[in-house]
Design a protein around this ligand. Structure first.
Ligand SMILES: Nc1ncnc2c1ncn2[C@@H]1O[C@H](COP(=O)(O)OP(=O)(O)OP(=O)(O)O)[C@@H](O)[C@H]1O
Ligand SMILES: [Mg+2]
Length: 362
């Protein structure tokens, strides 16, 4: 077992910097998810840990070894790719034991490990099949099995579920979480899917344009996004934003004036006149009556679109220039063009500096 440490790691392709001074500590036994939009550098970061890409600057440690100059086979990692990369002409058993045979491991130990992986992953019945005789989910399991049998210090997953359909993805997500809990192997898992990140990671690290934005537990990142990018990226439907100005313990803008409450109130003392973006999550913009004892304000929205999901309904409506989304009671859906009064939970507001886009109140 071992943690993984990125210490001011940068990566250039030619003169383009695609990872900038990434510092991140993945703890021993931890399930860390690297999440961010396409092209932000997730795979590159992972491939540097695996030794498939050179590191341009900084150091990467696995356990207490600096691995920058170690070849991939000496790093004690196992990587699972999006394209399972199975050997098509080999059976499932041969795919699973190939790496171990190459290491000249004893047959009895190989059989023990392959047997155990097959059992954990429910592949016993398929050991003699070829990959083309398996479903996508089964192939994915073989790819994971190949990583397990090596009993590495670190698992690296690069979007391993994105080729699967939605329901299988949910199932494999649960399997991978269970597997990691059982094996307690340090894991770095890359995805662009924020739901996957939120549901799988002990902690998540949000990357944008090669720069680390925030690291924390899923809940901490959700409740206290460090900047506008993270606030927009994590959460569905995304957080709403209103442009406003601070003054006298309130934030005021087109169509609204909110008294500041909760942590925000204390944190913005002395900032009167500052331009801010007020973030309101759709679930904190509600069609119910205010909860007694919780500070609330009311805003009036003109409904433009109603999305019914069954378990909840999203109402899109206009307030001044801003288009807001609210989650409302599925049994009391307003018609399009109606005006609705919605409650804003003032102790759940997020405030961001309009210029720096950083969170103001912690
Ligand atoms: N071999 C390469 N040569 C030049 N540029 C590269 C190379 N590999 C990646 N890049 C660039 O580096 C940036 C980061 O790529 P990377 O594959 O790490 O992104 P990603 O976050 O994994 O994206 P995705 O979610 O689409 O897989 C991108 O702008 C990409 O075009
Ligand atoms: Mg990638």
């Amino acid at each position: 077992m071992a943690g993984v440490v990125f210490d001011k790691v940068s990566k250039f392709f030619g003169d383009v910097e695609v990872i900038r001074e990434l510092s991140l500590e993945v703890r021993d036994d931890e399930f860390m998810v690297l999440v961010g939009p396409s092209g932000c550098g997730k795979s590159t970061a992972l491939r540097m840990v695996a030794g498939l890409e050179e590191t341009s600057a900084g150091t990467i440690r696995i356990g207490d070894r600096v691995v920058n100059d170690l070849p991939p086979k000496d790093r004690d990692i196992a990587m699972v790719f999006q394209s399972y990369a199975l050997y098509p002409h080999m059976s499932v058993r041969e795919n699973l034991d190939f790496g171990l045979r190459n290491k000249k491991m004893e047959r009895a130990e190989i059989d023990r490990r392959v047997g155990e992986a097959a059992r954990i992953l429910g592949l016993d019945a398929y050991l003699d099949r070829k990959p083309r005789q398996l479903s996508g989910g089964q192939r994915q399991r073989v790819a994971v099995g190949r990583a397990i049998v090596r009993q590495p210090a670190v698992f690296l997953f690069d979007e391993p579920l994105s080729n699967l359909d939605a329901s299988l993805r949910v199932q494999m997500r649960a399997e991978i979480i269970g597997l990691q809990r059982r094996l307690r192997t340090t894991t770095i898992y890359v995805t662009h899917d924020q739901i996957e990140a939120m549901t799988m990671g002990h902690r998540i690290a949000v990357l944008h344009a090669g720069e680390l934005q925030q690291v924390g537990t899923p809940l901490a990142v959700y409740e206290q996004p460090a900047n506008l990018f993270v606030a927009r990226f994590i959460g569905t439907p995304p957080m709403n934003f209103l442009r406003g100005r601070l003054g006298g313990g309130r934030v005021t803008g087109a169509g609204f004036a909110f008294d500041l409450a909760g942590p925000a109130a204390g944190a913005v003392g002395g900032m009167d006149g500052r331009e801010v973006l007020v973030g309101v999550r759709p679930e904190n913009l509600r069609d119910e009556r205010p909860i007694a004892g919780r500070p609330a304000a009311t805003v009036r929205l003109r409904v433009e679109l109603v999305e019914t999901l069954g378990y909840e309904v999203h109402v899109h409506g206009r307030l001044g220039d801003a288009l807001l989304v609210a989650k409302v009671d599925p049994h009391a859906v307003p018609p399009v063009d109606a005006e609705v009064d919605l409650v804003v939970e003032l102790d759940r507001l997020h405030l961001f500096d309009a210029a720096s886009e950083r969170r103001l109140a912690q």
